[in-house]
Design a protein around this ligand. Structure first.
Ligand code: ADP
Length: 275
């Protein structure tokens, strides 16, 4: 597989913060792969996502480079920014965050927010952009998409709002979907539904997925490869099966032990059982 992007010697530090948020990261992300970034809070996962999307704040000092496969690159690739300057859906990168209430505009209908992404990045007129929004609401399995188009975020549950945020994130057909703790605020059943939705959409649209989570079990459900971060360093990366069955780094083992201490369910499904 060709690399969608190559990260070389990436180091990021924030002004006023003593330690580096990322240290000398080298990582290739292949086109079409599903890569999970896992690690505890503060390990640099969000910093990596923001660096890839070109969205780090001005206070960040950046060293090293991130090279995009130019044939996959459609400029400008920065996601649209909606409320609070939060990026959502762009032409090259779609972003889904932990809290959809923070990324969706409370006084704009859901249909308009999704249509806005399609209008901005695909140059569609409003009628076509709304038609696209309706199709997307159907694809993210929101019940009654026609009514939902005219609804406001507060009229939806947390899980439904996250479906809308996902629809906005993919509205312009991005190559790369970044989900940063996108299911962490949801209860377990809704979390499983959103993971299954992300898996379906990524497969249907042939997107590359960067799935960021503190939860190694969740990552194992979705990812082809897992990269383990600790204190800004990439400590281990490998195929999901290798990371789960034969972790090499003691920290990865500790994460797995911590999970198994809470929940004795096997992390990977039995052979032959579809995920
Ligand atoms: P994670 O996503 O794994 O929780 P982050 O990338 O958010 O980790 O944070 C990595 C480190 O960078 C932490 O020490 C955090 O406090 C620091 N950091 C993150 N964002 C900022 C910022 N905007 N200003 C200063 N420090 C930051």
């Amino acid at each position: 597989m060709t690399a969608l992007l190559s990260i070389r010697d990436l180091t990021v530090s924030y002004r006023g913060n003593g330690r580096e948020a990322l240290k000398n990261i080298n990582l290739d992300i292949a086109a079409g792969e599903r890569l999970a970034i896992i690690g505890e809070s503060g390990s640099g996962k969000s910093t990596l996502a923001l660096a890839i999307a070109g969205l780090l704040p001005a206070s960040a000092r950046i060293g090293g480079r991130i090279d995009w496969q130019m044939s996959e690159f459609r400029s400008p690739h920065q996601p649209s920014r909606l409320r609070n300057n939060t990026p959502l859906g762009g032409r090259d990168i779609g972003f889904v965050f932990q809290d959809p209430s923070a990324s969706l505009d409370p006084v704009m209908t859901i249909g308009k927010q999704i249509a806005e992404v399609a209008r901005t990045h695909l140059g569609l007129g409003w009628p076509q952009a709304y038609a696209k929004a309706r199709t997307l609401l159907d694809r993210v399995r929101l019940p009654d998409p026609d009514t939902a188009l005219r609804a406001f975020p507060h009229q939806l549950s947390g899980g439904q709002k996250q479906r809308v945020a996902i629809a906005a994130a993919i509205a312009a057909g991005p190559k790369l979907l970044i989900a940063d703790e996108a299911t962490s605020a949801l209860d377990t059943i809704v979390q499983a539904e959103i993971v299954s939705l992300i898996r379906k959409l990524v497969a249907e649209d042939g997107m590359t997925l960067l799935f960021i989570s503190h939860d190694i079990a969740l990552a194992a459900e979705l990812a082809d490869r897992i990269a383990v971060f600790r204190h800004g360093e990439l400590v281990e990366i490998g195929a999901t099966e290798q990371i789960i069955d034969a972790p090499r780094h003691p920290y990865t083992r500790a994460l797995l032990d911590a999970h198994l201490g809470l929940d004795a369910e096997p992390l990977l499904p039995q052979a032959g059982v579809p995920r």
